[in-house]
Ligand binder design. Structure first.
Ligand code: SF4
Length: 195
């Protein structure tokens, strides 16, 4: 890990914010990057399972994401090749209805430009969800339109919905995602990770 990753791991800027959530948890940043990474997974924020395990996408969403990308766990967790940089490095907690809170903006403003600017070996960004798409692609419109227009962002980036199993209904309503987007995604990931 780089010094920057160690600085992030020690960050406690959101202590009061997280203490006021339903889960009343402490910050546990999960930085996961090295400058050599070729593939960036740019997501929203860790979920509760990731908060507990300290490893990104080590849950059912991660299994679905790896299937979408066409790579196995060993490849996904190879820090020299794959970076996982969400818009917040900590689990933001749940609101009163049990839904995920948004990533705290202070995380992005404090860390993001330095982290992304340091990924000098990047070949492809896989950009998951509306918050990351606003930052990486400058897109603030509806997520479905952004993902449907994935070809607009090639060859450097591909937007995706969150691989949460809660989005299974979205996937059923948008069959083009599986037939049109996934084959392109898998090919681009293969090219990005190849020598
Ligand atoms: S979410 Fe980001 S800014 Fe907040 S404590 Fe975690 S690392 Fe720090």
């Amino acid at each position: 890990m780089t010094d920057l990753a160690e600085d992030i791991r020690a960050c406690r800027l959101c202590t009061a914010r997280f203490a006021a959530t339903k889960t009343q948890h402490q910050p546990r940043p999960v930085p996961w990057f090295r400058p050599s990474a070729r593939l960036l997974i740019a997501g929203q924020a860790p979920g509760l399972q990731v908060h507990e395990k300290g490893r990104p996408f080590d849950d059912r969403s991660g299994d679905r994401l790896r299937d979408w990308l066409g790579i196995d766990r060993d490849t996904f967790y190879d820090l020299d090749r794959v970076a996982v940089v969400p818009m917040a490095f900590c689990f933001p907690g749940y609101d009163a209805r049990g839904s995920d809170l948004p990533p705290p903006p202070i995380c992005s403003t404090t860390w993001h430009d330095a982290v992304i600017g340091g990924l000098t070996g990047l070949r492809l960004r896989v950009v998951i969800g509306a918050y990351a798409q606003a930052y990486h692609l400058g897109r603030k419109g509806p997520l479905t339109e952004t993902v449907r227009g994935f070809r607009d962002h090639l060859p450097d980036a591909i937007p995706l919905p969150h691989p949460s199993w809660r989005n299974t209904g979205w996937l059923k309503k948008n069959p083009w995602f599986e037939t049109d987007l996934l084959p392109v995604l898998r090919q681009k990931v293969k090219e990005a990770l190849g020598d």
